[in-house]
Design a protein around this ligand. Structure first.
Ligand code: FMN
Length: 432
């Protein structure tokens, strides 16, 4: 069995052996060049010399890679994810290969790491995009990816979206005027990175990852007391209770620049890294960013819709930034099921803006087929649900400044009492 500390490298090795890794051997700059190359690469890309370090991008950039990480085909991802609980085992170990190299506070220089600048107008000196911020305050813990902008050699600005758990823990610490100890984990077992982008109950990210993996997650203790999984890099530090700086501009999932806000400041007090470490960078608005943001919500929507009708499948579409648009496929049994499915989907994923509900005979991965359902099964005054002044995504450029928006649900399912009108005619098939 692969040792848990080797999972990240093992995943990359498997990509390489199966011919899916685009390996770049010549020197590449971390400023704009590597992100540009990642945007042009069909799949995972590995830089052997990115500003004198090693890095991988597009690691989980397709449903095929996600499926291979979970040990299922891409069509079985939602089913697999919707059955996993948070009861996996976490064990504390004494040592970790992450501790092979230690950089102490006075020598910390974030500008020496392969932390990239991606887009022309990016703020700061570069952004960490696959950093899992692990926090602990008064016995409560959390692990979640946050974008982290380099301010100077040892400080970062962290975008903490309310009411996500890191935001909540920082608020609690800040109200008591206390520093919030943190550790930033880069390049653990990819299943842990995935788990940290999932909205699980407070402190359950590593248990969730262990359930997904089907084996315990090992954690070791940093010098500031934060317990983290084995990884390529771990940056220790704290979030200041008060200090804030303008964070951004940064390109988020919509491919547009998120607004600049005043966000909390992290001071990095130590860096641990493996020998010859591999940095993980996620291209903002690239397929890996979109999938990691969106896929964790698909099982949530699936489960919520299954409470009101028989759900068959759910997808957050790429055109909708894997976040703002969902297609929900149901087996309609009673009139009105489509509307209930719309409401359940909005409740499960509060950032969702538009949802289309379709029948079993529609291929939800084929946008033409979905459009066909809208074209032939929707009557505007009967089947479109408009909900105004409701909380939406902070990432929607068309949302209001107070975070509200208008949501639209389209019930593109057949009318049951005349379903024969919607039957899709089939040609007789002939064997050659
Ligand atoms: C690549 C990537 C970047 C993200 N950046 C941020 C961020 O900057 N701020 C934030 O609050 N959430 C960000 N998220 C989303 C959170 O990681 C995610 O919602 C997480 O599940 C929050 O869970 P929690 O509330 O349990 O902490 C990002 C997700 C991904 C995949």
């Amino acid at each position: 069995m692969v040792k848990s500390e080797m999972r990240f490298r093992e995943f990359i090795k498997n990509l390489k052996e199966s011919g899916r890794l685009n390996e770049i051997d010549y020197p590449v700059s971390k400023y704009f060049e590597a992100p540009y190359m990642a945007s042009k690469s069909d799949g995972p890309i590995f830089f052997n010399d990115i500003s004198k370090s090693r890095a991988v991008m597009n690691l989980l950039g397709s449903r095929d890679e996600l499926g291979s990480m979970l040990g299922v085909s891409k069509d079985e991802i939602i089913d697999r994810l919707s059955k996993v609980d948070f009861s996996g085992k976490v064990v504390l170990v004494n040592d970790s290969p992450t501790k092979q190299n230690e950089i102490n506070e006075k020598d910390v220089d974030l500008t020496k790491l392969p932390i990239m600048k991606h887009f022309e107008k990016d703020g700061g000196l570069g952004y960490i995009t696959a950093g899992i911020v692990v926090t602990e305050f008064e016995g409560e813990t959390n692990a979640s990816i946050h974008r982290l902008m380099i301010i100077d050699k040892n400080r970062l600005a962290a975008r903490l979206v309310p009411p996500r758990h890191t935001y909540v823990l920082h608020k609690k610490a800040s109200e008591k005027n206390q520093k919030l100890p943190i550790a930033i984990v880069i390049g653990p077992d990819p299943i842990i990175t995935y788990a940290s982008t999932t909205r699980v109950p407070l402190g359950k990210e590593f248990e969730y990852a262990a359930s997904l993996r089907g084996e315990p997650v090992e954690l070791f203790e940093c010098s500031n007391g934060i317990k983290v999984p084995h990884a390529e890099y771990v940056l220790e530090g704290y979030i200041d209770p008060i200090k804030r700086v303008p964070e951004g501009p940064f390109v988020d999932i919509t491919g547009t620049y998120d607004i600049v806000r005043d966000e909390p400041v992290i001071t990095v007090t130590k860096i641990w890294h493996r020998n010859d470490p591999i940095y993980h960078g996620i291209l903002p608005a690239g397929p890996e960013h979109l999938l990691m943001m969106g896929v964790p919500y698909e099982p949530k929507i699936y489960k919520a819709v299954s409470e009101v009708t028989t759900v068959k499948n759910v997808v957050l579409t790429e055109g909708g930034c894997c976040y703002l648009h969902a297609i929900v496929q149901i087996k309609k049994q009673t009139e009105g099921d489509g509307k209930n499915a719309i409401m359940a989907a909005f409740a499960a994923h509060t950032s969702l803006k538009h949802v289309v509900v379709v029948d079993e005979d529609i291929n939800i991965f084929d946008q033409n087929d979905v459009e066909f359902a809208i074209a032939t099964r929707v009557k505007g005054d009967k089947d479109i649900l408009i909900i105004t002044n409701v909380r939406g995504s902070s990432l929607d450029p068309r949302g209001e400044i107070d975070g509200t928006t208008t949501k639209v649900g389209i019930d593109a399912t057949k009318v049951l009492n005349c379903s024969e009108l919607f039957e899709r005619a089939k040609l007789k098939t002939f064997e050659n």
